[in-house]
Ligand binder design. Structure first.
Ligand SMILES: *[C@@H]1O[C@H](CO)[C@@H](O)[C@H](O)[C@H]1NC(C)=O
Length: 233
């Protein structure tokens, strides 16, 4: 009867694997302490997309009860690219607020790159590792831009696909990458001015047509002659 031992063995393997399968990210120095007390499966209050988010290892250090952090890539490697989130354009003031989410990597600082058409990008100021949003200013009405978020640590910078990347979806949003398109609509006032301009031009045209018509009538005194004259033209 080979079946019951086989099942027992399977159960034993499963149960011995379960505790190990939990994603534990223990802080190195506290290893000894933690091996004595069992770790609770409580994630730390960490959101990689939250602005001014304290790094998870600092939360762990400050927390009175142990909590779990997401695993990170090695600090000896440059960070993975952050993920661009919402980009809110305020067309009236030529400004945009860019949001992003941290990569699962140790990050020391972030900055934004902004392309307008081809050529070299403008580099934004360096932002500390808690920052998840930044403002772009001086955007031109009707302008089209590409914005990318860069993360850096002691080992280097995250990769940037650049403005000609295929990492942007057709709607212009970020396709889970560090870059996105940003188009600033023309100023509403400009549109209004254009409409008023076209309207007054049309009004002026019809006025002058009327004036011209009545002046001719007055000069020749007879509408029939006016018509003949117009035919002659
Ligand atoms: C990081 O930058 C933000 C925004 O400039 C600031 O409010 C925060 O105090 C900074 N945090 C640290 C730890 O320097």
């Amino acid at each position: 009867m080979p079946r019951p031992p086989c099942l027992l063995w399977l159960l034993a393997v499963t149960f011995s694997l379960v505790p190990r399968a939990q994603p534990l990210a223990a802080g190195g120095s506290e290893e000894d302490e933690k091996s004595k007390t069992p770790l609770p499966a409580v994630p730390c209050d960490y959101d990689r997309c939250r602005h001014l988010q304290v790094p998870c290892n600092e939360l762990q250090r400050a927390s009175p009860t142990a909590c779990l952090c997401p695993g990170l890539s090695s600090a000896a490697q440059p960070p993975e690219p952050p993920r661009l989130g919402e980009v809110l354009v305020e067309a009236e003031v030529g400004r945009a607020v860019v949001h992003w989410c941290a990569p699962f990597s140790p990050v020391h600082q972030y900055w934004l790159l902004l392309w307008e058409g081809g050529g070299a990008p403008q580099k934004g100021p360096h932002l500390n590792s808690t920052v998840r949003q930044a403002e772009l200013e001086g955007l031109k009405p009707g302008g089209a831009y590409v914005v990318c978020v860069v993360a850096a640590n002691a080992a280097g910078e995250s990769s940037v696909p650049g403005p000609q990347s295929q990492g942007l979806d057709s709607a212009g949003g970020p396709a889970f990458g560090p870059c996105g398109r940003l188009s600033v609509p023309p100023r509403p006032l400009t549109v209004l001015h254009a409409a008023v301009g076209v309207g007054s031009a049309l009004a002026l045209l019809s006025c002058s047509a009327l004036v011209w018509h009545f002046c001719l009538r007055d000069r020749w005194g007879c509408p029939r002659r006016g018509r003949q004259n117009r035919r002659g033209l």
